[in-house]
Design a binder for this molecule. Structure first.
Ligand code: FAD
Ligand code: SF4
Length: 505
């Protein structure tokens, strides 16, 4: 009798630990397009088509290697992963089942519940496609009160000897972010991202998405994502050759009609196993050593993958399940409908929601300082914000989405992840983008009909949360300003913010 290896939709790699644990010549592989993967929240149509196509291409790769694989197609309409396993166990007997650690707590619970229900032992293996195992992160976190990414990142640089000269960081500093805050000049030319031409398999995945999920958010076409490892490697290479050199300079810049800027556009490939984190890091490091890209760009890019990506995963597994219900600021407003239909006069939000709908993508600073910043200062309940982010992005998996949303954006964890809320008025968006020049509001106005809503919402946010935030040293200057504000000004800010928020449905 043979073993069964279950491959989840985010584990499309030949190096996945569950696949490594079996003997491919005699054992069996199961891949299933069960409905829950696509509907536990109603994922963006582009994400579904991407995953269906990538899963089917991966199954084809296994078939070419002459491995035994059962592939359950969406047409079978199996509700959940447990159903797929039980269905397969009815067809044949297996001595053991192997699965790599899933991407969210919900799936882990499903597998653990099944483990109790069936007699075939299920082994849940570490996901070795990450660079810091959950137990290692737990050890690093220890009893620290604050888990700062910067220190974790330094330990990872040392562990993997990335951009190091012995024990010291190359260039004498760990972080070159002060050079990475340039506004884009008008003349800036942004090279295109990688576009793959859909083949037969992808066209069928698009048709299936249309058939089963056309009521989900987002535009399905044009579809240009890489769907195989070879294509994802080309996407990575194109980024390294053409855009990495300016990744640092314009990392925080936003330009109307330039959705990708100098970002890599690879998170969906990393998060489903088509790319490995270490190969992306090493490709960037090689570009530095061969003088293709400067240190501020390379270090900045590497920090996102070796630092932030591993760190947020560590936080997620360390703090789940409590993390999901944290709401430190007691935010309770509903998500305005413009997050779905882009119907707002605020041009920055209109642009970012439209691009999200078109591409299932927005770059980091759009997610953080426009879409996230608004949700924070408008006091939107973290459960609605988390659901929205999980739905709309092709790279969204709870392990990475939730710490970014609840921790980095909403301060819902009370400062475990960020030392202060990333709240900002319109002047930040004005400084880093050209959105304000096409907006009906005036970014310079603080109050009144034409005033930029980010301005009064920002102050209202600080006033509203004075009790819990005024002791935060990093906000001391802002609270000193509030304390000096005439009472009428405070009331005017609160009234305009309240009126504005009431108009948002
Ligand atoms: P680049 O900017 O080119 O960065 C390179 C890589 O670094 C990314 O591909 C990604 O793997 C990694 N990275 C960068 N920033 C982060 C970060 N903060 N956390 C984890 N990894 C990071 N990323 C996701 O992969 N899935 C999500 O669901 C997700 N949700 C987010 C929600 C919010 C509110 C915010 C502020 C950020 C979120 N991010 C998420 C992080 C980041 O915005 C995306 O990884 C990035 O925009 C992906 O585009 P890129 O590949 O062009 O990244
Ligand atoms: Fe956004 Fe305010 Fe600028 Fe309009 S004026 S684009 S609302 S920041």
């Amino acid at each position: 009798m043979s073993k069964l290896c279950l491959i989840l939709p985010n584990q499309l790699s030949l190096s996945t630990s569950s696949l490594q644990a079996i003997d491919p010549k005699i054992d069996h592989i199961l891949i299933a397009e069960t409905l829950d993967h696509f509907t536990h929240v109603k994922h963006h149509q582009k994400k579904i088509a991407f995953l269906l196509s990538a899963m089917r291409h991966f199954a084809q790769e296994l078939d070419n290697l002459k491995l035994n694989c059962t592939y359950i197609n969406i047409e079978q309409q199996l509700p959940a992963i447990e159903d797929a396993i039980e269905h397969t166990l009815k067809e044949s007997n297996f001595t053991e089942i192997y699965v790599t650690y899933p991407a969210d707590y919900r799936t882990l619970q499903q597998i653990q519940a099944l483990k109790k229900r069936i007699s075939t032992p299920i082994h849940i293996l570490p996901d070795e496609n990450f660079l810091c195992e959950t137990e290692e992160f737990e050890k690093w976190a220890g009893h620290k009160k604050q888990l700062r990414m910067e220190f974790f990142y330094r330990s990872m640089r040392q562990k993997y000897q990335i951009l190091m000269e012995g024990k010291e960081p190359i260039g004498g500093k760990w972080n070159f972010d002060t050079q990475n805050r340039k506004k884009a000049p008008k003349s800036l030319q942004v090279p295109d991202t990688y576009h793959a031409k859909p083949n037969k398999i992808t066209l069928k995945a698009i048709a299936d998405t249309q058939q089963y999920f056309n009521h989900h958010f987002g535009d399905l076409e044009p579809f240009f994502f890489a769907v195989t490892r070879q294509q994802a490697l080309k996407a990575l290479d194109q980024f390294i050759q053409e855009r990495l050199c300016l990744f640092g300079d314009y990392q925080d810049a936003m330009v109307e009609k330039e959705p990708f800027m100098f970002h890599a556009h690879i998170s969906f490939y990393l998060n489903c196993g088509l790319l490995q984190p270490l190969e992306c890091i090493q490709a960037a490091e090689t570009a530095y050593h061969s003088h293709q890209a400067p240190l501020n760009a390379v270090e900045g890019f590497i920090r996102q993958i070796l630092g932030w990506r591993e760190y947020v995963r560590g936080i997620y597994w360390l703090k789940m399940p409590e993390y999901a219900s944290m709401n430190f600021l007691g935010a309770k407003n509903k998500l305005p409908s413009f997050y779905w239909n882009a119907d707002t006069k605020m041009n920055c939000l209109k642009q970012c929601v439209t691009e999200t709908k078109n591409n299932a993508y927005a770059h980091h600073i759009q997610r953080l300082m426009v879409l996230g910043n608004f949700a924070l200062i408008a006091g939107i309940d973290p459960k609605y914000v988390n659901e929205w982010y999980l739905i709309v992005y092709a790279d969204a998996y709870e392990w990475v989405e939730m710490p970014n949303v609840s921790g980095m954006v909403l301060f819902a964890d009370g400062g475990l992840l960020a030392s202060k809320p990333y709240a900002a008025s319109g002047s930040y968006i004005h400084k880093m983008s050209n959105y304000c020049q096409n907006c009906e509001f005036n970014v310079k106005d603080k109050l009144g009909e034409k005033a930029c809503p980010f301005n009064y919402l920002y102050w209202d946010f600080l006033i509203r949360n004075k009790k819990v935030l005024s002791s935060n040293q990093r906000l001391g200057f802002m609270y000193a300003m509030i304390n000096k504000m005439p009472e009428e000004q405070v009331t005017a800010i609160q009234n305009q913010a309240e009126k504005f928020l009431q108009q948002q449905t």
